[in-house]
Design a protein around this ligand. Sequence first.
Ligand code: EPU
Length: 428
Amino acid sequence: MDKLVISGGKKLKGRVSISGAKNAAVAILPAAALCDEVCRIENIPNISDINLMCRILSDMGANVKMINNNTIEIDPTHMISNSAPHDLMKNMRASSYLLGVLLGKFGEANVCLPGGCDFGVRPIDQHLKGFSALGAECNLNGGIINVRADKLVGAHIYLDVVSVGATMNIMLAAVRAEGLTVLENAAKEPHIVDLANFLNCMGADISGAGTDVIKIRGVKRLKGTTYSIIPDQIEAGTYMAIAAATKGDVIIENVIPKHLESITAKLEEMGIDLTIDDDAIRVSCSGRIKKCNIKTMPHPGFPTDMQPQITALLSTADGTSMVNEAVWDNRFRYIDELRRMGANISVDGRVAVIEGVDKLIGAPVKAVDLRAGAALVLAGLCAEGTTTIESIHHIERGYENIIEKLQNIGADIKKISCEDDKSGESVG
Ligand code: EPU
């Protein structure tokens, strides 16, 4: 079991380049299987969730070729299976996108209930509601979901909950349906727009992505294309919060500032200096940050995937802040770990009340999920002394080269394996 060891208290300075968006890439890779030609996808983040998705597609007969660290070619012409490999699927939420893809491609999909970060109940009823409206029968048997249709026909679908996953999955199935699908109360995240743009490059006819009504006119055939994925909004936000927490001065490069507006607005409210350029944001911070209240919401609201990092940042703010998690039932499991580092945070249901402390103190902690892990990295980097973080596989699911990127801006962070750990107990 690998761990991260961080010696905190360094002011970070320099430049960080943001990788491709994980939550776009995990949908776009399987979407490539909808055509019968080769797709070349660029700016793919080199992270474990992507490796897993590539293994799933290979296992189903697709030819997945790594051109370099961030470019993949997918040739789905020999894919014949409508069943996704269950052992690989159960670890990944985005594996549910294979339901829409296989239903669109073969008229049938067998996929096990998806895994992913544990934030309490993670239903997929809205995905299934969409597939049913398109004419599919949906059955759950022994943890495997079977969706099947003789013919998919466009429909008018209203989502009861704004869901990224359901919006993407319904788009994936509807691109090959007969006629027009109108999806109302759709999610509007940048990765929804990226998936729609990719599908349109393949010859789909989708309009309205990025608004809450998406129209998808089904087409008979999709063709191969070359496509470059957008930068990761959450990775960018994480480095912005890290720059501020360490009282640093960091230029975050390769970003789309429009995608970051809810985050930049809140950082400015905390008194953090931002210089926003066309594709870069400079973040600098000297004094203590100001308290701030935040409520997570679907895009364009403040993203839930930044909630743990921002809570960690506010743990040393001047005054009392409140963070309301309005998307997930149970996304505060990491707070106990921050408390080990001296944070003064109480949680009541979906609300965390953060009494800012003067400083955090390094401690042994454990990443309970991906963004919780990122929050602990932030906490470790600004804390006094040494922090060790266990279960870093969660962090590796979503942050490309996080250690090197942080070392390049002056952080004292390294990964140790179990053996190193035994030989070097002085580390802790
Ligand atoms: N929901 C339902 N029914 C459904 C689907 C969702 O009630 O059929 C509810 C959920 O319980 C939740 C809310 O709707 O309360 C939003 O869920 P959504 O479907 O939007 O989430 P998701 O598609 O499962 C994606 C990201 C998550 C991110 C959420 C919200 C991917 C692979 N995952 O999950 O990202 O938190 O959207 O923005 O895109 C992460 O990257 O760390 C991460 C967890």
